[in-house]
Ligand binder design. Sequence first.
Ligand code: PFF
Length: 441
Amino acid sequence: MSKQEGGRDSFTNKFGVIAAAAGSAIGLGNIWRFPYVAGENGGGAFLLLYLLFILAIGVPVMLSELLIGRKAQLNIFGAFRKLAPGSYWPLVGMMGVGAAFMILSFYAVVAGWTLEYTFYAIGNQFAGESPEGIKAIFDELTTASWRPVVFMLLFMALSAFIVRSGVQKGIERYTKILMPLLLVILLGLIFRSLSLDGAMAGVDFLFRPDFSKVDTNTILEALGQAFFSLSLGMGVMATYGSYIKKKESLGKTAISVSLTDTFIAILAGLAIFPAVFSFGLEPGQGPGLVFITLPGIFNQMAGGYYFAIFFFVLLVIAALTSSISLLEVVVAYFVEELKMKRSTATWLAAGVMSALGVVCALNGAVFDFFDRTSSNILLPLGGLLIVLFVGWFLGKQVVRDELEADGRAAFYFRLFVPVIRVLAPIAIALVFLNGLGLLRF
Ligand code: PFF
């Protein structure tokens, strides 16, 4: 049986659910952002904090989202409309749809860079370039020029092509192939990176807890990163949750997806830092780490031509499986609320996002505005409202019934309720206020 009651599309099995949801979570946030943020914030110390937040807050928030979606069997707006009729709650869903537009508009630009870099790598265009030369290539990408626009559009078309085919025949089908492929490529890269001379300094950098670098800002940074990395706060997990069959355990899904996401972030660090240290380069490069430092390393490394291709293909895959989840939030809304055909909805959503993406690609200020507004305001605010909704509005029995819909006792229920009622809202509110600049420690 592939359809749910009522003929709604759904994921076929557990692996399909995990591949899709982990595909959303694992993205540029893991492979590009996590390593350098961890590096700047005390390595192993940041990792410990991050792990704590993933388990104590990320998992409960993800579970809340999955629960809303599966209970309502609808898109994020429809879910709130159905579960809280006649209230203002559907506005939270509306905010999620808006956030999806914003995030995908700038995310697709960065994804376009990864696609463009893949072609450069195949064409061996980094060969013989000095570090300054590689920097010039990257600078050209990030300033107004037509090429990033073309690659962004190409990337958006690729995402739309997958989403248009449906949940099972599109999203599940492709993530089931792409996610294992991502893991294989990553393991290959780690193997190469660790075999370089002096690689252990990189491992040390990632894992040694340097508590002197930890301050309140690090703590907030870790929580913010956990949120973005797990794709929380805007309805991706609720939308995917609405495609999960009742016989699957939501608790296990939330835990598996969160741990897989964290595992991949650590693996990305293990692929990148040993190579960076082995070539005596600076680890704290920020955005340039992946786009400037690494191509320089591949240039000098034996077999670097192939490893460069693998690495950028890895980034494209990671970005693609996240983008399709963002697109699906909007498509599900268009199809179910505005009664559009799936293909019309997909092309319309991708079209509008592309138009916004062109603006982001050409205008750095708009890019930054979209990035900051979504990460610092919309995601935490959405996450806060989602846990408050599940914790205080839905009612304990409703929550418990949904968690136990697979016929097994949800032993974690007693812990889950106080966490989403009190702990998670306080923690998220702190990050939110900090992001807004209303609270400075
Ligand atoms: N989780 C993705 C990443 O780590 O790259 C990014 C993302 C996807 C954030 C979807 C938010 C979202 F709703």
